[in-house]
Write a protein that binds this ligand. Structure first.
Ligand SMILES: [Zn+2]
Length: 287
């Protein structure tokens, strides 16, 4: 079976720009596209905005793409503020309205506060149940600021038929360096639980500012971060130092049959995206 390759819709793609972005993605040969739910005003005050969803669905239906989604910025399932729960529910409703069948949630950082951890698992379980009713698969993604085993343990603890793992191979490379564990054994441990993949690269250089001052971190210029390899730079797969070919091989051995979603700043590489896609496809097929 041919692997299905996708790419994320560039961050900040608003309603007016959506059609152009999807046309480029389809023209570059990708078969799937991932939407960050906060790039368009789909959710306001924790409520799904049906006119926005209807407009987007009509645009998305023009292209022969499989769509996946990522929860929007700021969602924190350990927050004491109940609006986070509303946004979580609205995110799943948005996916259902848009015909999106899988949604990523970041694990974020493990909390030492047991109540927060219990709430995280309780809300994730609710998300899995609601997603099951709506036909939306829920996946928990590892991020670079935490040891991957916490995200994996959460998936195991939930033990829910509608819950899997999104393995982000770039986040894992940074986390393995920062927290001091071996990359490929971690890929192998996660592989049986992986239902979605984020394929991207970096040089394994953790950026401490991500933990000490995220607001300043978010303002750093992308070109500067590329040039000096600062942190989670989401460069095209095979452009950094993560052993992606070996990881692909382990995922194939585990019979991964989901989408290989290349999550990089594709708008910065625009004329090269078709050749990047071909190189990743070749690497997967030969792994
Ligand atoms: Zn990711």
């Amino acid at each position: 079976m041919e692997p299905v390759l996708g790419v994320n819709i560039p961050g900040g793609t608003n309603l007016a720009a959506l059609e152009g972005a999807l046309a480029r993605i389809a023209a570059d040969g990708w078969q799937a596209a991932e939407l960050n739910l906060s790039s368009c005003p789909l959710i306001i005050g924790g409520r799904l905005q049906t006119p926005v969803a209807d407009y987007m669905k009509a645009v998305m239906d023009k292209f022969p793409l499989h769509y996946t989604a990522h929860v929007g910025y700021g969602l924190d399932l350990r927050s004491a503020d109940p609006i986070h729960r509303q946004v979580m529910e609205a995110s799943l409703e948005a996916c259902a309205a848009l015909g999106i069948d899988r949604l990523n949630f970041h694990y974020e950082e493990h909390s030492r506060d047991h109540r927060q951890e219990r709430q995280f698992l309780d809300w994730m379980r609710e998300a899995c149940d609601l997603g099951q009713d709506l036909g939306v698969r829920v996946n928990i993604e590892n991020i670079e600021v935490e040891d991957v085993r916490y995200a994996l343990d959460a998936v195991k603890a939930l033990d829910h038929p509608n819950c899997g793992m999104t393995l982000d191979l770039g986040h894992l490379w940074l986390s393995a360096h920062y927290f001091g564990y071996d990359y490929l054994p971690a890929v192998a441990a996660c592989a049986p639980y992986v239902r979605h993949l984020h394929v991207n690269d970096n040089d394994g250089v953790f950026e401490p500012m991500r933990l000490t001052n995220q607001q300043l971190y978010n303002t750093l210029d992308k070109g500067y971060r590329f040039a000096f390899s600062r942190g989670d730079i989401h460069i095209p797969p095979l452009w950094g130092t993560a052993p992606l070919r070996e990881a692909f091989s382990l995922l194939k051995q585990a019979r991964y049959d989901g989408i290989w979603l290349c999550e990089y700043y594709s708008h910065l590489f625009h004329p090269l995206n078709d050749s990047i896609r071909r190189q990743v496809l070749d690497a997967i097929q030969t792994a």
